[in-house]
Design a protein around this ligand. Structure first.
Ligand code: SME
Length: 164
Protein backbone atom coordinates (compact mmCIF):
# COMPACT_ATOMS: atom_id res chain seq x y z
CA UNK A 1 0.00 0.00 0.00
CA UNK A 2 1.38 3.37 -1.01
CA UNK A 3 1.36 6.00 1.68
CA UNK A 4 1.85 8.80 -0.79
CA UNK A 5 -1.15 10.70 -2.03
CA UNK A 6 -1.45 11.93 -5.59
CA UNK A 7 -3.51 15.09 -5.79
CA UNK A 8 -3.76 16.82 -9.20
CA UNK A 9 -2.30 20.28 -8.78
CA UNK A 10 -4.60 23.04 -9.98
CA UNK A 11 -7.37 20.53 -10.66
CA UNK A 12 -11.02 21.42 -10.25
CA UNK A 13 -12.70 20.12 -7.14
CA UNK A 14 -14.45 17.49 -9.28
CA UNK A 15 -11.11 16.34 -10.72
CA UNK A 16 -9.55 16.16 -7.29
CA UNK A 17 -12.43 14.08 -5.94
CA UNK A 18 -12.11 11.77 -8.94
CA UNK A 19 -8.40 11.38 -8.27
CA UNK A 20 -8.69 10.69 -4.56
CA UNK A 21 -11.64 8.30 -4.54
CA UNK A 22 -9.63 5.33 -5.85
CA UNK A 23 -6.86 6.25 -3.42
CA UNK A 24 -9.34 6.23 -0.54
CA UNK A 25 -10.47 2.85 -1.77
CA UNK A 26 -6.87 1.62 -1.92
CA UNK A 27 -5.90 2.92 1.51
CA UNK A 28 -8.98 1.53 3.29
CA UNK A 29 -9.26 -1.80 1.46
CA UNK A 30 -8.28 -4.71 3.62
CA UNK A 31 -8.30 -2.65 6.82
CA UNK A 32 -10.91 -4.06 9.18
CA UNK A 33 -10.78 -1.31 11.77
CA UNK A 34 -13.43 1.38 11.24
CA UNK A 35 -11.64 4.04 13.30
CA UNK A 36 -8.39 3.53 11.39
CA UNK A 37 -10.20 3.96 8.10
CA UNK A 38 -12.14 7.03 9.24
CA UNK A 39 -8.87 8.58 10.38
CA UNK A 40 -7.22 8.05 7.01
CA UNK A 41 -10.27 9.27 5.08
CA UNK A 42 -10.30 12.48 7.15
CA UNK A 43 -6.56 12.92 6.49
CA UNK A 44 -6.98 12.40 2.73
CA UNK A 45 -9.87 14.90 2.46
CA UNK A 46 -7.93 17.45 4.51
CA UNK A 47 -4.80 17.01 2.38
CA UNK A 48 -6.76 17.21 -0.88
CA UNK A 49 -8.85 20.31 -0.15
CA UNK A 50 -7.48 21.86 3.03
CA UNK A 51 -11.01 22.08 4.39
CA UNK A 52 -11.27 24.00 7.66
CA UNK A 53 -12.57 20.90 9.48
CA UNK A 54 -13.27 17.43 8.20
CA UNK A 55 -14.20 14.42 10.26
CA UNK A 56 -16.71 11.98 11.58
CA UNK A 57 -19.26 11.67 14.35
CA UNK A 58 -20.45 8.15 15.19
CA UNK A 59 -23.80 7.16 16.66
CA UNK A 60 -22.69 5.63 19.94
CA UNK A 61 -26.06 5.70 21.74
CA UNK A 62 -29.61 6.13 20.44
CA UNK A 63 -30.04 9.68 19.14
CA UNK A 64 -26.49 10.70 20.07
CA UNK A 65 -23.46 11.43 17.91
CA UNK A 66 -19.98 11.20 19.38
CA UNK A 67 -16.83 12.80 17.97
CA UNK A 68 -14.69 10.47 15.88
CA UNK A 69 -11.50 10.86 13.86
CA UNK A 70 -11.07 14.34 12.38
CA UNK A 71 -8.62 16.92 11.05
CA UNK A 72 -8.89 20.54 12.07
CA UNK A 73 -9.53 22.61 15.16
CA UNK A 74 -10.86 21.27 18.44
CA UNK A 75 -14.46 20.07 18.07
CA UNK A 76 -17.62 19.55 20.10
CA UNK A 77 -17.63 16.07 21.60
CA UNK A 78 -21.30 15.03 21.69
CA UNK A 79 -24.14 16.15 19.40
CA UNK A 80 -27.72 14.97 19.97
CA UNK A 81 -29.74 14.18 16.82
CA UNK A 82 -31.94 17.22 17.52
CA UNK A 83 -29.03 19.69 17.47
CA UNK A 84 -26.93 21.26 14.75
CA UNK A 85 -26.31 20.40 11.14
CA UNK A 86 -24.86 17.03 12.09
CA UNK A 87 -27.96 16.21 14.10
CA UNK A 88 -30.21 17.25 11.21
CA UNK A 89 -28.40 14.94 8.79
CA UNK A 90 -28.42 12.10 11.31
CA UNK A 91 -32.13 12.57 12.06
CA UNK A 92 -33.34 12.96 8.47
CA UNK A 93 -30.83 10.41 7.10
CA UNK A 94 -30.20 12.85 4.23
CA UNK A 95 -27.21 14.94 3.23
CA UNK A 96 -27.51 18.52 4.46
CA UNK A 97 -25.72 21.46 2.80
CA UNK A 98 -25.69 24.77 4.66
CA UNK A 99 -24.50 27.71 2.52
CA UNK A 100 -24.34 30.11 5.45
CA UNK A 101 -24.18 28.62 8.91
CA UNK A 102 -25.43 31.87 10.43
CA UNK A 103 -28.79 31.24 8.75
CA UNK A 104 -29.13 27.66 10.00
CA UNK A 105 -31.17 27.59 13.20
CA UNK A 106 -29.36 25.48 15.77
CA UNK A 107 -26.01 25.40 14.01
CA UNK A 108 -23.35 24.42 16.53
CA UNK A 109 -20.37 26.72 16.15
CA UNK A 110 -17.44 24.55 17.16
CA UNK A 111 -15.25 27.07 15.37
CA UNK A 112 -16.17 30.69 14.77
CA UNK A 113 -14.35 30.49 11.41
CA UNK A 114 -16.83 28.00 9.92
CA UNK A 115 -19.05 29.65 7.31
CA UNK A 116 -20.57 26.77 5.34
CA UNK A 117 -20.95 23.08 5.93
CA UNK A 118 -21.95 19.73 4.40
CA UNK A 119 -22.90 16.68 6.42
CA UNK A 120 -23.41 13.24 4.84
CA UNK A 121 -24.98 10.47 6.91
CA UNK A 122 -24.09 6.80 6.63
CA UNK A 123 -27.35 4.87 6.94
CA UNK A 124 -27.35 1.11 7.44
CA UNK A 125 -30.17 -1.08 8.64
CA UNK A 126 -32.42 1.98 8.55
CA UNK A 127 -30.28 3.82 11.14
CA UNK A 128 -27.69 6.58 10.89
CA UNK A 129 -24.48 4.93 12.03
CA UNK A 130 -22.16 7.90 11.54
CA UNK A 131 -21.91 11.21 9.71
CA UNK A 132 -19.14 12.78 7.65
CA UNK A 133 -18.98 16.50 8.46
CA UNK A 134 -17.02 19.02 6.37
CA UNK A 135 -16.75 22.68 7.33
CA UNK A 136 -15.41 25.51 5.21
CA UNK A 137 -14.24 28.96 6.26
CA UNK A 138 -15.82 30.29 3.03
CA UNK A 139 -19.55 30.83 2.63
CA UNK A 140 -21.39 28.83 -0.03
CA UNK A 141 -18.47 26.46 -0.51
CA UNK A 142 -20.37 23.19 -1.12
CA UNK A 143 -22.58 22.11 -3.99
CA UNK A 144 -23.85 19.04 -5.81
CA UNK A 145 -20.30 18.05 -6.80
CA UNK A 146 -19.23 17.77 -3.15
CA UNK A 147 -22.46 16.02 -2.31
CA UNK A 148 -22.08 13.39 -5.05
CA UNK A 149 -18.46 12.59 -4.25
CA UNK A 150 -18.73 12.71 -0.47
CA UNK A 151 -21.75 10.41 -0.70
CA UNK A 152 -19.51 8.03 -2.70
CA UNK A 153 -16.91 8.17 0.06
CA UNK A 154 -19.55 7.36 2.67
CA UNK A 155 -20.99 4.56 0.51
CA UNK A 156 -17.54 3.05 0.30
CA UNK A 157 -17.22 3.05 4.11
CA UNK A 158 -20.74 1.60 4.37
CA UNK A 159 -19.91 -1.28 2.04
CA UNK A 160 -16.77 -2.11 3.92
CA UNK A 161 -17.93 -1.73 7.52
CA UNK A 162 -21.73 -1.83 7.65
CA UNK A 163 -22.66 -4.38 4.99
CA UNK A 164 -25.68 -6.43 6.05
N1 SME B 1 -21.24 22.61 13.10
C1 SME B 1 -21.65 21.28 13.41
C2 SME B 1 -20.98 20.75 14.65
C3 SME B 1 -19.73 20.00 14.39
S1 SME B 1 -18.41 20.99 14.12
O1 SME B 1 -18.65 21.88 13.02
C4 SME B 1 -17.03 20.13 13.89
C5 SME B 1 -23.16 21.22 13.56
O2 SME B 1 -23.83 22.24 13.59
O3 SME B 1 -23.66 20.11 13.68
Amino acid sequence: MSEELHIPEGGTRDEIYRAILPQIEGVTAGVDDLIANLANVAAILKAAFDFHWVGFYRTTAPGMLMLGPFQGPLACVAIPFDKGVCGAAARTRETVIVDDVENFPGHIACSSLSRSEIVVPLVAGGETRLVLDVDSDKPDDFDAVDRAHLERVVALIARQHFAA
